[in-house]
Design a protein around this ligand. Sequence first.
Ligand code: ATP
Length: 371
Amino acid sequence: FAPWNEADKEPFVRIENVTKKFGNFVAIDNISLNIFEREFYALLGPSGCGKTTLLRMLAGFEIPTSGRIIIDGEDMSKVPPHKRPVNMMFQSYALFPHMTVEQNIAFGLKQDHLPKAEIADQVERMINLVKLNAFAKRKPEQLSGGQRQRVALARSLAKNPKMLLLDEPLGALDKKLREETQFELMNIQEKLGITFVIVTHDQEEAMTVSSRIAVMDSGTVAQVAPPAEIYEFPNSRKVADFIGDVNIFEGRVADVQADSAQILINASDVPVRTGRSVEAALGETVWVAVRPEKMIVSLNPPKNMTENVLKGEVWDIGYLGKLSVYHVRLQDKRMVTVAMTNRYRETEHTITWEDSVYVSWAPNASVVLMS
Ligand code: ATP
């Protein structure tokens, strides 16, 4: 399901050349983005890159210094938060402590003076949606963190917003619960068929839940793409480095073919083969990114390989259960990180600290970056 491929479809949200300054400080620097109906869209980036500021502008809590935000075909410049077809769920949840789960969820509906029966129906629907039936009469202090998170979610969905904005919604949950809740959020979003925009600094979370990710960097957007594309084909060293672990080698182009290229790593001159051509001149400086799990550590030299082979020594090994992570110190003293599954550990465990090893990978695992 890829709504953003529908070229003739009007985006649900258009962020057009939006800049936000706080005094002289530019928090958002001329960003343009489209978000489509039913997308689960993630704003991802390091602390301070402007994610929350952008989300708050969608909600109407901040007004752009310049540029326009159009939601559902309407320019939001003069539309206050409560008149937007949007609701926001905060990390702190902000539940009313003296109200029960039901009353918390009903609060916004009561303020809108909806008929009692309608409110009761909607509250029940929301309680079913987030599976809190057994807890409807409890107060927030009688709930676990995960249950409170669900009350906050139900409350923010009660008024049937066309878009839900989530600011680090799972930040307060422990890892296991967080992972479970990510799948629940995805189910709920799919069930309701509305647009979700989530702010997170957790790249695994963004990859798990979202249909597309906008990677932000110092008030600008570095790359927008579906999770797998961001991971497999980052467009710069910054994005490659921010999304997961990566080994980056600086080198220069030595050969360009129609379906591959050769890069010589600087200083060591080790030849690296890529699985795609590159748009670069011979001799030009580029960077090759290789993900740790796409590399192999072996005691014997890989057979019939003259490219994509590095020699080094095992510096340390981290056992992570599913994986073992090897830090290999190359002959030129640079470190390479390799992650190998432990499925075949019985045969692999012979590799140990200070062993002389080979690190190798397939041409398809070499991603060439121009910046
Ligand atoms: P985090 O993940 O830490 O929440 P973020 O990416 O959401 O970070 P923002 O909260 O959007 O970042 O902040 C972006 C920048 O704008 C930060 O440098 C922050 O200090 C600054 N900023 C945000 N709000 C204001 C404000 N009201 N006044 C002045 N500066 C602000």
